[in-house]
Write a protein that binds this ligand. Structure first.
Ligand SMILES: Cc1ncc(COP(=O)(O)O)c(C=O)c1O
Ligand SMILES: [Zn+2]
Length: 437
């Protein structure tokens, strides 16, 4: 029986003793059968204060072992993920100053540095592999639009656990080959993400194999919770505004969980205002939010969201057409006085070029949508003078070859030195800024 942590069913309040019981019951509450649980720790919460005051850069998110649902450190399967640097990007601040006369500080989470797969999904990957190893699980099912699939497949491979991965057919192709190359199994499901989820769930059920439970799965949520700790450790103070491209919503729900867990200690300060961005071809949460705002939040507004079937999107990584967790995310946005923005997906390339030009950092399309969320928020007066902004940038460009090809604009073929001209990169400054001026 686990003493370090236990679970409480979010629906009926039943106590579940730990993963042995949870996995043994096929990830369902023994009393009501629901699959949404909350993780509760018995560790003294003030211990977090010490962990945040360290002067040594943590090796990984396992710095927060005391607040993660693993019993024995010897089961940790890690690749140095989760303590990614948070950087101030001054060109984004200057943009706000020059265009809107607003002074703010903009912090970017460099999850693209994550050693395993270059995305913030590596946080869930390390925790999932470690917990599954601790519990003697040998086979696992993953369904994802790409990044979670990659990360889980890699960490499970490292732990010697077989991963059967289901992805929708429009996922970035590189995902399939990266996973396939590690000897983990890939099924490309002919249909959208919602359909891939159904096929994966049926497969897992028929074969009695454990499967990722989605955005509230403790294996993902508890790992992502550490991002909030890292903000405080690195910046010493929670920024006023949190911006992210949202799909299912694991990362912001994990911020909420961190605040809920440590509320009485005051360690994390005030919850930031949540500003969420979605790609314009798959933005059901934006549509639902706008409707709720227009109708002044009528009773049950949070359950009134559209379902986009087979969305044709340029950013499949964040295309959740059936936003089952809108009831949680919408309420989070409302509670923090936040907002939702729909982002023109064609602009992702422009943003990718701008960031690569200004910072020499190659971001992925989902990250571009997040940063465009900041630009959109400025345009809608949703950021005030003097505020600090945190952008949870989720990915580098490692698995989006088509996107990086589109970013490029300097390539020329020649046959002699005479054809090559002297080069000064300054001449491209106007070009990369033009879409945003
Ligand atoms: C790079 C990137 N950004 C954003 C998201 C959205 O994450 P969330 O589950 O927090 O909505 C994802 C995952 O789907 C992602 O891979
Ligand atoms: Zn229950």
């Amino acid at each position: 029986m686990s003493q370090k942590f236990h679970f409480i069913c979010r629906k009926c309040g039943e106590r579940i003793e730990g993963f042995e019981q949870w996995f043994g019951n096929q990830q369902k509450c023994p009393k009501c059968g629901d699959s949404k649980i909350n993780t509760v720790y018995s560790t003294d919460k003030n211990k977090l204060r010490e962990l945040l005051e360290t002067n040594v850069k943590p090796d990984s998110l396992w710095h927060y072992f005391d607040f993660l649902p693993l019993n024995d450190r010897k089961n940790i399967v890690s690749d140095g993920e989760g303590a990614s640097p948070i950087e101030r990007w001054e060109f984004l601040e200057k943009y706000a100053k020059d265009k809107y006369g607003i002074n703010n500080k903009v912090f970017i989470s460099r999850n693209d540095y994550s050693p395993a797969t270059g995305t913030f999904k590596d946080k869930g990957g390390t925790l999932a592999a470690s917990v599954l190893k601790e519990n003697g699980i040998k086979e696992y099912v993953v369904v994802s639009t790409g990044n979670t699939a990659n990360s889980f497949a890699q960490y499970l491979a490292k732990a010697g656990i077989s991963a059967t991965v289901f992805m929708p057919q429009d996922a970035e192709r590189e995902n399939f080959v990266h996973i396939g190359s590690m000897g983990q199994k890939v099924y490309i499901v002919k249909g959208d993400y919602a359909f891939a989820k159904k096929v994966a769930a049926d497969y897992a059920k028929n074969n009695k194999i454990l499967i990722t439970l989605g955005n509230l799965d403790p294996l993902r949520l508890e790992a992502k919770k550490t991002s909030t700790f890292e903000i405080i450790r690195q910046l010493k103070k929670m920024p006023d505004v949190y911006i992210q491209a949202v799909s299912g919503g694991t990362a912001p729900l994990a911020v909420e969980k961190a605040f809920a867990d440590f509320e009485e200690t005051g360690i994390l300060g005030k919850m930031p205002r949540m500003l969420f961005a979605q790609g314009s071809y798959c933005d059901p949460q934006v549509v639902a939010w706008k409707k709720a705002v227009a109708n002044n939040f009528p009773e049950g507004w949070e359950f009134d969201y559209p379902i986009f079937e087979n969305p044709k999107t340029l950013v499949p990584t964040i295309a959740t057409g059936n936003p089952g967790l809108f009831p949680f995310l919408g309420k989070l946005v409302k509670r923090t006085n936040g907002d939702y923005f729909s982002i023109r997906e064609e602009s992702a390339v422009d943003m990718g070029r701008l960031v690569a030009y200004e910072k020499a950092v190659k971001i992925g399309p989902a990250s571009a949508i997040g940063i465009l969320g900041y630009f959109e928020a400025l345009k809608h007066n949703a950021i005030k003078d003097g505020e600090s902004i945190f952008i949870n940038m989720g990915e580098g460009v490692r698995r989006s070859l088509s996107f990086v090809q589109e970013l490029s604009y300097t390539i020329e073929e020649i046959t002699s030195a005479d054809e090559a001209k002297r080069f000064n990169r300054e001449k491209y400054r106007d070009f990369v800024w033009k879409p945003f001026i």
